[in-house]
Design a protein around this ligand. Structure first.
Ligand SMILES: [Zn+2]
Length: 107
């Protein structure tokens, strides 16, 4: 993914509008690209500040960067978990097809 694409994904990422594939390449790009990471931090903090103004929390200084890291990490985990579930479903389907084929051949 190039920087232009990555930066066009920032807002959809923050609004959870990317597909798993888009999310995965976006996360791996920002983890390796300082410019896009800075851009993402800027947008994330901007949105979070507006959010906080809306919610009016208890006035403590919020660690936006840590929160962003948590969001990146949890998005990455969700993507790989969904991948794993899809693979397990695929393997289960193969096993069922093999059993059906064996059943047909034996009868
Ligand atoms: Zn970049």
């Amino acid at each position: 993914m190039d920087c232009n694409t990555a930066q066009s994904y920032i807002e959809p990422f923050l609004h959870n509008e990317l597909t798993d594939d888009e999310k995965e390449s976006f996360i791996s790009h920002v983890n390796g690209c300082k410019d896009c990471r800075n851009e993402l931090e800027f947008y994330y903090i901007t949105y979070s500040v507006f959010d906080e103004l809306d919610h009016d929390e208890n006035g403590e200084t919020y660690d936006y960067i840590a929160a962003l890291d948590r969001k990146l990490e949890s998005s990455r985990k969700t993507v790989s978990m969904r991948r794993a579930i899809r693979q397990i479903a695929f393997i289960a389907a193969l096993i069922i097809m093999a059993l059906v084929a064996m059943f047909i051949l034996l009868h």
